[in-house]
Structure formats: C-alpha cells, structure tokens
Design a protein around this ligand. Structure first.
Ligand code: CLF
Ligand code: SF4
Length: 514
C-alpha cells in the first residue's frame, strides 16, 4: 500500500526538506503498491482520477481543480489551504452574522481572526508555505467581505502572486461588489471565486438581509434584497464569462430558504456555476446573531443530506465544506491557524524558514502516486460492492480518517465523520458530519457520545481503526454497526469489506477490478 508521509501537519513544527520528502516517498512505495499501479497501467493512471464523476471532466478543468481542496473532494484528502484575514469591513448585514466574529458565509461563528495588512499576509503565507508542503491554495474569505475594501484584497493577491506563483489564489464574497471587480480579478489570474447566494426571490432575501450598503447609500428590506440578488447574478455571469470557476455557497436556513434552494441550485447551474455548496446555518444564541437570538435552528445532518440528494448529489455539489474561519490554515478539518499564530519567531534571519517550491512539487508527485493506487483500490472495492448485493438498499457509512483517503483514526479521536453512501451505485462520498471527539485522554465523555449518536442519524455503520467496548455497545444499541480495521487501508476498501459482510455475500468473491 502507498502510505502518504505525514509532513508538517501536527503543529507545523517540522520543516520537511525536499530530500526528506523524496526519501519518504521512496520508502512508502511498497511492493503491493507497485503491483497495483502496474495493474492500473502505471504512471499514466496517475492522471486519471478514480471517481466516476471526474472521469467525465475535461483534462484542462481537472488540471485547475485537482490540487484545490475545496473544488475537488478528492484533493481535500491531500492538499491544504490557508486564508489571510485582510478584509475586515462588510457592505451588507446577514441575519446569521455577528460582526464581532468572522464572515459567517465561510466561517463558524464564535471565532475571530486577527486582521492582517497585505504585507503581513504575504509574510504569513511565506512562513506557512515553508513549513507545509501540502499548501496549494491561498484564499481571502473575510473576516468581512473580501471585495468591500477591494484594494486590500487585490494588493494582497498581487504580492502573493509575485512571490509564490505556483499557489492558487481564491476569493470568497457576498457578491454585492463583484461585478465591479471581475476584470481586476481576471488580470491577477484569480480563477476560483465563491459567491454566497441564499435566494432568488427578494421577499425571501429580505428575511435574511436587513440592509445593504450600495452606491454610497443604505438600502433596506425587499429593495435591498432585490439589488443584492441582481448584483450576485451579474457577478456570477460576468465571472463565468471571464473563465473563472465560480462556486456558489448557500446557507440552508430552515423555515426561510430550505425549500427555495432547489430553485437557487437550478438558477446558478444555468448561469454556469461550477459547484454549489449547501451549508447548514450555524445558529446559537451565544453568538448574538439575529437568528441565534430568536431561536432559529440550523438544519440537522439528515435534513442537509436529504436536500443534497434532491439536488442530484452529483459532481457539481460540494459536500466536504468545513465552514472554516477567515484565518484557517491547514488541511480542511484539521485547522492549524493557532499553531502558526503562536509559533515562536525565528531567532535570526537565517532561521526563518524559506518557502521552497520544490517541496510542493515533490508533494504533488507523492499525491499523484497515492491517487493512482487509490484508483485501483477504489475500483476493486466497487467490484466487491457490485458483486455483494446489487439489489440491496443504500447504506450510509461513517468513516474515521485523518487524511490520505484512508481509514486511519480511532473512533475516540474523530472530530468529524466522512459519510459515504454504499449500494447499487457503488461507493459515493455523501458529506461530513462534525461532533466533538468522544475520548478525552483515558476516558470517554458520555454527553459527547449522545451528540455523536444524534449526528450519526440514519447511518448504518461506523468504520475506524479501533473503538472502545463502551462506545461500541452504545453505537450498536443505536443500530450502528462498528467495523474496526487496523491496516490503514483505503476508505473504499474498508467500506466494501464491511458491506460485503453486512449483506451476507462471501468475502473475497471478487478480488480483481472488473
Ligand atoms: Fe477558502 Fe473558500 Fe477558497 Fe476554499 S474555503 S475561499 S473555496 S480556499 Fe472551502 Fe472552507 Fe468550505 Fe470555503 S472548506 S468554507 S468552501
Ligand atoms: Fe457577516 Fe459575511 Fe454577511 Fe458580511 S457577508 S454580514 S461579514 S456573514
């Protein structure tokens, strides 16, 4: 098996040299991996993504998203992003936002990011790039709107583009100011833009946005919502025309826009949006937002799942978003922003780590190798599932993983579960469900287990490296089978093993790719 080397993710403390990384790569290429690669057609297969939906994508588009952890679900197993919080102001008010915190369109309320100057942002990017070979994308997503004071955002992108040209630049906005800046973004070769679009109907929009600030004037109610809608659609169309890959984020707000999001999905697809990301409203009175204070609830994981299924659950639906903060650093779901902020400054200029594009290039080679092995393993797993029970009903499986697309985490340490749907259509990623980890170092927390059981509503099995007897009994009593696998194998392989067992087919009935 090809095992991804773990580099600089735990606290960003270890600086990996290119030589170290290449040595680790060589050591990780086991005989089994080489044999699998040979069966898959060798190096050429490294460029063929394993998931069926990606096989339909043209090569140029795949090239643009294959290292982007948000635009490619596959990439998020291997690549990291960082945000630089250079945009403090905002031109609208969302009822799910408290300005004390970050922009809730891409952030979890309850945290606040430090503000950076463009020069400070560049220094931080250089520091992270020197320590994190997985870094592939730098985004600006707040803490306010990235285009309200666009000069700060554009200046920051300009500095990063000049200093680290191999990094992809990415921007997230509420869309109000987007039509005015598409040309400037294009000139800086910003090819990935996210717009938060929560409605088409201004009457619904007025329930989400009390006011906007536009053309030197404050607008309120339905009139404000109509202007915001028109600007969002114009920005989307112009950005698509300019060749930008536009992702649309929508916050699902039960009782306001939950049923309306189907129309939003149709409209943004028709205008060329590359991806649609439906995110749950995060609402808590402690956050002091209007929705939080009036007790409006967010959707349950099952409600989000049902909506995504109704939207087709296809290639153009993002399901692995973590609603990360405006100064997030690291792999999605494994935020290292505090480690980097509290890191001791270098004693001398010579101690300052320097970004080395070769390390990132070496990491991309590691990933290409791992992806090729993953494709073979996933194909084998699909064949096992197809042979096991083509007529059996779909099951949801919760996976404990800390990256690399493998089952490589103990249940007690999981702060999120990767949900897969397995059945007649094979094995498909279906989303992420988050909960505080059960194990607190030597003992488990019963209340946390209650929450985990709620979060895993509708799930048939949990697969992990190990689970203790206590939580296993509770999970099984709730109808969730526990499947332990200590091999650190590919997610699809472990799911197929469980599934073949669960539906009663003989294990190993199919051992080769179909
Ligand atoms: Fe950042 Fe957003 Fe770019 Fe990603 S986040 S600006 S597209 S680099 Fe990603 Fe974070 Fe979800 Fe955003 S997981 S909140 S979708
Ligand atoms: Fe808050 Fe972002 Fe909405 Fe502005 S766009 S009000 S920062 S959630």
């Amino acid at each position: 098996m090809t095992t991804l080397p773990r580099v600089s993710l735990d606290g960003l403390a270890t600086v990996a040299s290119t030589a170290d990384l290449r040595a680790t790569m060589a050591a990780s290429r086991s005989t089994a991996s080489v044999a699998r690669l040979a069966r898959a057609g060798g190096a050429a297969s490294a460029r063929v993504p394993h998931n069926k939906r990606r096989e339909a994508m043209d090569a140029a588009t795949w090239e643009r998203i294959k290292d982007h952890p948000c635009y490619s679900e596959d990439a998020h197993h291997y690549f990291a992003r960082m945000h630089v919080a250079v945009a403090p102001g905002c031109n609208i008010q969302c009822n799910y936002c408290n300005r004390k915190y970050d922009c809730s369109n891409e952030s979890r309320p309850g945290v606040v990011s430090g503000r950076l100057t463009p020069e400070g942002a560049l220094a931080k990017v250089r520091n992270v790039a020197a320590r994190l070979p997985q870094l592939s994308v730098v985004g600006i997503a707040g803490p306010g709107d990235a285009l309200f004071q666009a000069e700060r955002t554009l200046k920051t992108f300009e500095l990063i583009r000049a200093a680290l040209p191999d990094l992809t630049l990415c921007l997230s906005t509420n869309g109000l100011a987007l039509p005015d800046h598409v040309d400037a973004l294009k000139a800086l070769d910003i090819g990935h833009v996210t717009i938060t679009i929560n409605y088409l109907d201004p009457e619904i929009g007025a329930e989400i946005y009390p006011w906007i600030f536009h053309n030197h004037k404050r607008w309120k109610g339905v009139e404000a919502a109509r202007i915001l809608h028109e600007r969002q659609m114009e920005g989307l169309e112009r950005a698509v025309e300019a060749g930008v890959l536009v992702k649309v984020n929508s916050v699902m707000i039960p009782g306001i826009n939950d049923e309306h999001l189907t129309e939003v999905n149709t409209a943004v697809r028709a205008r060329g949006a590359f991806l649609h990301n439906v995110m749950p409203l995060i609402s808590d009175p402690a956050h002091g937002t209007k929705f939080g204070l009036e007790g409006r609830r967010g959707p349950s994981p099952a409600e989000i799942h049902t909506l995504r299924e109704s939207l087709g659950n296809d290639a153009r639906l993002m399901k692995h978003c973590r609603q990360c903060r405006a100064d997030a650093v690291g792999m999605l779901g494994e935020d290292q922003c505090q480690s980097i902020d509290t890191m001791a400054p270098a004693a001398t200029a010579d101690d300052t780590p320097r970004p080395d594009p070769e390390i990132r290039a070496a990491w991309r080679e590691v990933v290409a190798d791992s992806r090729a092995a993953h494709k073979v393993a996933a194909d084998e797993a699909e064949a096992v599932v197809a042979a096991a029970a083509p007529a059996a009903e779909d099951r949801l499986v919760a996976v404990c993983t800390r990256g690399g697309a493998r089952v490589n985490l103990h249940f007690g340490k999981a702060t999120e579960f990767h949900i897969y749907k397995v059945g007649a259509e094979g094995i498909r990623f279906a989303g992420i469900r988050r909960a505080d980890n059960y194990c607190l170092g030597g003992y488990g927390e019963s209340e946390r287990l209650d929450t985990i059981l709620t979060v895993l509503e509708g799930v048939s099995a949990m697969v992990c490296v190990k689970v203790g007897d206590g939580p296993r009994r509770r999970l099984e009593a709730a109808g969730i089978a526990c499947h332990q696998d200590t091999r650190h194998e590919t997610i699809e392989t472990v799911i197929a093993d469980w599934y073949a067992d669960a539906v009663g087919a003989p294990m190993g009935a199919v051992s080769q790719p179909a």
